[in-house]
Every structure is written in structure tokens, then in C-alpha cells.
Design a protein around this ligand. Structure first.
Ligand SMILES: C[S@@+](CC[C@H](N)C(=O)[O-])C[C@H]1O[C@@H](n2cnc3c(N)ncnc32)[C@H](O)[C@@H]1O
Length: 267
């Protein structure tokens, strides 16, 4: 009898492991496309749009980061605009917001919602890790709702940071939130097995611990070490002014600054 319970428990864990392989058989571009397909579904656009229309406010964690932001107005590049939940209050506060989303219908929804709230936002349909906007134009970039974590691979995240830094004016600020998780849910053997499957399928060869398909709807990389995320920000060309992790809601947030001028290269 006990043996059957053990077997049952094994099958549950094995089932979870099999499901977790989805994140390693897809390559980074596939993972981004996987998330895009989810958000492009009609019900997702409707849901995000409706939520934002009824309740367009900043969450307490976002308000805490905003309180540390020295800039109170200017051009703001909002990455992952959704239905406009953050775009609307930020515009009402005095920022000129350009909202970016890889789902064009979502951009339209955000603009419609903004208009209903009596404000105007600009919209761009682009994928945020390949953001391509005029250089040196924005005073602030904004990426909340842990969306820094929606970009697969360290290399691609650093490239995104460099692109954002390029879009900012010298001395411009970047508010950035990421997913945090220190619970070690997966044993070393399962991790190794995932890497082997990635290798055998020529899938996500850059797989990192913390990579998952959150609720099977979108790619998320959860960070578990402050140094890891801090070093990405610095490699991406930013100074870290403030970094805070809230364990209870598994969320990290940072206020970053693009340096005023490039430090001279040491010989
Ligand atoms: C979780 S929702 C958050 C929306 C909004 N920031 C909020 O908090 O209400 C994520 C939004 O970002 C968009 N998104 C996700 N990954 C993206 C990516 N790599 N490039 C551009 N947009 C992305 C989705 O289409 C969706 O509208």
C-alpha cells in the first residue's frame, strides 16, 4: 500500500518535471513568441483592457519606486503597456507616455482607455527586448509588473538594457521590476536532466535555473541572487541607485540611472 503511495507521489513529481521541459525545448525566440501568442488572445486583450479601465492605479510597490524617482515629468517610455494601467496615472501625473507592447491590439486598447480617462498616450507595437526608438529622447523608462523577468537569457536582457540606455537622455532614469524566488523547488538531478534535454533537442541551450513558464502562459526568469541582477544592470550600462527585494510578494524593484557621460576607457 505504502509503495503505491510512493509511486503515486513519484508520478506527480515526474509529471511536473515533464511539464517543466517545455521551457527547455523552446529556443529564446520561441519563448518570446510563446508569450506573445498568449497575450494576443482575444480574452487576454479584453481582460487586461477591462481591468485597466476600471482601476487604473499604480500598485504600492510601484508607488514606492516612483517616490524615489528624481524626475517628476518629461518623456516616459513604458515597456509592456498592457491596457494602460500604469500609463494612465503616469500621464495624469505629468509624464508624456509612450507605451510599448508586442500585441498591437493591446496598444490600441491602452490608447482607448487613456482617452476615456481624458489623457493621451503614444503607442508603439514592438518587442521590448529589441526596442528600437530614437536615441537620447526619453527622461524615464518604466518596466513594472516584474516584466524584466519576461526576457529569456542574460545576454538578451543585457541587450535590452543597452537599448533602453540608448533611448534615454544622459542622466535618464529606469524604473525596473523583476521576479524574485529563492525557494529551491528543484533538485540538482532534475536541473541537470533539464539541461540534457535542452542539449538533445537543441532547444534553450542558455537555460538558467529560475527559468519557467509561469502558469504555462509566459516565460519568466526568477532571480534568486541580488548580485546576479545587479551585475546585469551594470553590464547593461546603468548605475544602480536603489534596489529592493520584497520576499513576501516575490518581487524586486530598482531605480537605475544612465550615467551622464561615459567613463574614459582605462588603457
Ligand atoms: C502582465 S501584463 C502587464 C501589463 C501592464 N504593465 C500592467 O501591469 O497592467 C504584460 C504586458 O506586456 C506585454 N509583453 C509581455 N512581454 C512582452 C515583450 N517581450 N515585449 C513587448 N510586450 C510584452 C503583454 O502583451 C502584456 O500586455
Amino acid at each position: 500500500m505504502r509503495l503505491r503511495i510512493l509511486f503515486g507521489r513519484f508520478l506527480i513529481r515526474f509529471g511536473r518535471f515533464i511539464q517543466s521541459l517545455a521551457v527547455v525545448v523552446m529556443r529564446p525566440n520561441d519563448l518570446v513568441e510563446f508569450s506573445r501568442q498568449t497575450y494576443a488572445r482575444e480574452n487576454m486583450v479584453e481582460d487586461l483592457g477591462r481591468q485597466d479601465l476600471a482601476y487604473p492605479v499604480l500598485h504600492p510597490d510601484e508607488q514606492a519606486l516612483l517616490a524615489r524617482l528624481p524626475a517628476k515629468e518629461g518623456r516616459l517610455l513604458l515597456l509592456g503597456v498592457g491596457g494602460g494601467r500604469e500609463a494612465i496615472p503616469l500621464t495624469q501625473m505629468g509624464f508624456e507616455v509612450t507605451g510599448v507592447d508586442f500585441v498591437p491590439e493591446m496598444v490600441e486598447k491602452a490608447k482607448e482607455n487613456a482617452a476615456r480617462h481624458g489623457v493621451k498616450i503614444e503607442g508603439l507595437a514592438q518587442e521590448i527586448s529589441k526596442i528600437d526608438v530614437p536615441a537620447g529622447v526619453y527622461d524615464v523608462a518604466w518596466l513594472s509588473a516584474a516584466m524584466y523577468s519576461c526576457v529569456p537569457t542574460r545576454g538578451r536582457r543585457v541587450e535590452m538594457l543597452q537599448r533602453i540606455a540608448k533611448a534615454l537622455k544622459p542622466g535618464g532614469y529606469f524604473i525596473c521590476q523583476f521576479r524574485w524566488c529563492t525557494s529551491d523547488g528543484s533538485s540538482r538531478q532534475w536541473e541537470r536532466a533539464r539541461k540534457i534535454v535542452a542539449f538533445l533537442t537543441l532547444g534553450n541551450l542558455w537555460y538558467e535555473k529560475g527559468d519557467t513558464l509561469s502558469n504555462n502562459i509566459e516565460f519568466i526568469h526568477a532571480f534568486s541572487q541580488e548580485d546576479e541582477v545587479r551585475s546585469e544592470f551594470e553590464e547593461g550600462g546603468f548605475e544602480v541607485l536603489h534596489l529592493h527585494i520584497t520576499e513576501e510578494i516575490l518581487l524586486g524593484g530598482a531605480v537605475l540611472r544612465k550615467p551622464l557621460s561615459k567613463a574614459p576607457l582605462s588603457k
